[in-house]
Structures are given as structure tokens and as C-alpha cells.
Design a protein. Structure first.
Length: 80
């Protein structure tokens, strides 16, 4: 529902699920990455965490259910 809410408000945005663009790997936000030595791949896969619902944009955390201890308000997350 979050991905649908974001793309409904911002149709040009491409939502990734459990994938991190390699250019953002240096950010401390991301861990649990699956090693990927394929030079042609632009993404790392990320192992999902139990109970997590996290949204980031260009390496910056927009929402975290784990940090906020609540489910996201889709409209507010999409607005951010």
C-alpha cells in the first residue's frame, strides 16, 4: 500500500522493495545487504528485517516503523 500511495502521488518515482542502489551503499542506513559482485547490476538486495517497514529516498530515511513504533500514514510518507 505504501508503494501504491507513493506512485499515486509521484508517478515518475520507481519504488524498489528490498533493493538498494549501489550508489547509496555508503550511507549507514543500509545493512543486511546480500553481496553482489555483478558489475552490471545497479542494486544490492537487502534482507528484510522482521517487523520492519522502512522507506528511504536517495539514501535518507523517510520513515521507519522500527524507530517510530507505529505503522506509516501512507499520505504523510508519500508527501515526505
Amino acid at each position: 500500500m505504501i508503494a501504491e500511495g507513493i506512485t499515486a502521488r509521484m508517478p515518475d518515482v520507481h519504488v524498489l522493495r528490498n533493493q538498494i542502489p549501489k550508489e547509496y551503499v555508503d550511507f549507514e542506513l543500509y545493512y543486511n545487504l546480500v553481496p553482489n559482485e555483478d558489475q552490471n547490476s545497479k542494486f544490492f538486495e537487502q534482507l528484510p528485517r522482521v517487523g520492519a517497514c522502512e522507506v528511504s529516498y536517495k539514501g535518507k530515511l523517510v520513515f521507519s516503523k522500527l524507530l517510530g513504533c507505529r505503522w506509516p500514514n501512507i499520505k504523510k510518507v508519500a508527501d515526505k
